[in-house]
Ligand binder design. Structure first.
Ligand code: GDP
Length: 363
C-alpha cells in the first residue's frame, strides 16, 4: 500500500483531479459514512492497473497542506504537484514544493491540469519551462510531467500509468515491529467510545493489543480497527487507520499524541537535528530564538540552540538542538518543519539525528 499526497496552489484543481482519478468525491465520502457507519479516514483510493491500491490524501477537513504533509511524514510516498495550465506557477506552488523538498519527498509527478482552458501551445510550454526552473535543485528535479484535464479527462490514463511507474520503484514501508501512529483526529462514537485516526508509520496493530498514548503514558486496549473502508483484525504499516480504544477517555487524547505499544518510545524535550533554511526566507535563524516545530502530527513551540554559530542564514545547512516546550515523540530520521510562531512563515526543516541527546547545548 502506497500513500500519495497532492500539493499546489489553491484552486489549481487538486480536489477535482482526485475526484476524477478515484471517483470518490468529498461529498460522497460523507454519505458513505452515514450509510455504512464507517469513518472518513481523510483520503480517497485509486486502484492502479496492476491491482495496487493507492491512498490519496486530499479531502476537506484535511485541507491544510502543512498538516497533510506532516501527518504523512513517512506516510507519503510520492506527491502530485498540481499546477493549473491557465495560471502557471504561483506562490503556493513554490511554497509547497519547498516543503516537499524539506520533508524529503523524493518521488512525484508534476501535473499540469486544466489544459482544456489553454489553446496556446506556447503558453503551455512556458508554464512547463517555469516548472522545470523551480524544481531544479529540489528532490523533484527529475519528476515526470504530465498534462491533464480533470474536466475532459484528457491525459488521466497517462497520469495513472506514470503513477504506476513511479510507485513501482518505491519500496514498501518496512515493518520494524514498533507501531507508531501519530494521531490526527480524536472523537467518540456512540456505542463505541474513543476513536483516533492517523497513518501507521511502522509496525502493525491488532485487535486486543494493549496500547499506550504518549506523551501522557495512558494505557488502553484496541477494541476495533478500520483501515481503508473496512473493519479489520490487523492494520499494517503505511495504512490510514482508525483505532477504537477502551480504557481512555476522548478528552485525555489530543492531536499530536502518538499511539504505540507500552514502553516502546519515550517522549523527549530535547533533540539534535540537522536543519536547512529555505533560501527565500527573509530572516536568519538566531541562536536561542523560538520557533514552531511541526513533527508527526504535533505542533509545539520550541527553543532553538544553533551549534557553533550565532545564526543560520537563509539557504544554510547546520546543526541545531531543539527544545520543545512540551514533550513530543520523535525518532531518528523523522523529518520536521520549522515556522515562525507568527505569522507562521516557513523557515526551514530537517531531519532528527538524535531524539535523546546526552548533552545539553548552552552558551
Ligand atoms: P483545489 O483548491 O486545488 O483543490 O481546486 P479545486 O479542485 O477545488 O478546483 C478549483 C476550480 O477549478 C473548480 O471550480 C474546478 O471546477 C475547476 N477545475 C478543476 N480542474 C479543472 C479542469 O481540468 N478544467 C477546468 N476547466 N476546470 C477545472
Amino acid at each position: 500500500m502506497h500513500v500519495i499526497g497532492t500539493a499546489g496552489h489553491v484552486d489549481h484543481g487538486k480536489s477535482t483531479l482526485v475526484a476524477a482519478l478515484t471517483g470518490i468525491h468529498p461529498d460522497r465520502l460523507k454519505e458513505e459514512r452515514e450509510r455504512e457507519m464507517t469513518i472518513d479516514l481523510g483520503f480517497a483510493w485509486l486502484t492502479l492497473p496492476n491491482g495496487e491500491r493507492v491512498g490519496i490524501v486530499d479531502v476537506p477537513g484535511h485541507r491544510d497542506f502543512i498538516e497533510n504533509m506532516l501527518a504523512g511524514v513517512g506516510g507519503i510516498d510520492a506527491a502530485l504537484l498540481v499546477v493549473a495550465a491557465d495560471e502557471g506557477v504561483m506562490p503556493q506552488t513554490r511554497e509547497h514544493l519547498t516543503i516537499l523538498d524539506l520533508l524529503g519527498v523524493e518521488r512525484g509527478i508534476i501535473v499540469v491540469t486544466k489544459i482544456d482552458l489553454v489553446d496556446d501551445p506556447e503558453w503551455l510550454e512556458l508554464v512547463e519551462s517555469d516548472l522545470r526552473d523551480i524544481v531544479r535543485g529540489t528532490a523533484l528535479q527529475n519528476a515526470p510531467m504530465v498534462r491533464v484535464s480533470a474536466h475532459t479527462r484528457a491525459g488521466l490514463d497517462v497520469l495513472v500509468a506514470t503513477l504506476s511507474r513511479v510507485l513501482e520503484d518505491t519500496p514498501s514501508r518496512p515493518d520494524l515491529g514498533k507501531p507508531r501512529l501519530p494521531i490526527d483526529r480524536v472523537f467518540s462514537i456512540v456505542g463505541f467510545g474513543t476513536v483516533v485516526t492517523g497513518t501507521l508509520l511502522d509496525g502493525s496493530l491488532s485487535l486486543g493489543d494493549e496500547v499506550e498514548i504518549l506523551p501522557a503514558g495512558l494505557r488502553g486496549r484496541i477494541r476495533g480497527l478500520q483501515t481503508h473502508k473496512q473493519k479489520t483484525q490487523r492494520a499494517l504499516p503505511g495504512s490510514r487507520t482508525a483505532v477504537n480504544i477502551t480504557g481512555i477517555e476522548v478528552g485525555q487524547i489530543q492531536r499530536g499524541d502518538v499511539l504505540t505499544f507500552p514502553g516502546l518510545y519515550h517522549p523527549t524535550q530535547r533533540l539534535d537535528a540537522r536543519c536547512r533554511l529555505i533560501s527565500d526566507s527573509r530572516m536568519p535563524l538566531q541562536h536561542n530564538s523560538e520557533v514552531k516545530l511541526f513533527l508527526g502530527t504535533s505542533e509545539v513551540l520550541a527553543r532553538v540552540r544553533v551549534l557553533g554559530t550565532e545564526a543560520l542564514q537563509p539557504g544554510d545547512v547546520g546543526w541545531i538542538q531543539l527544545e520543545p516546550h512540551s514533550p513530543i515523540v520523535a525518532v531518528r530520521g523523522d523529518r520536521f518543519i520549522l515556522r515562525r510562531p507568527s505569522p507562521g512563515e516557513t523557515i526551514g526543516g530537517g531531519i532528527v539525528l538524535d531524539p535523546h541527546p546526552q548533552h545539553r547545548y548552552r552558551r
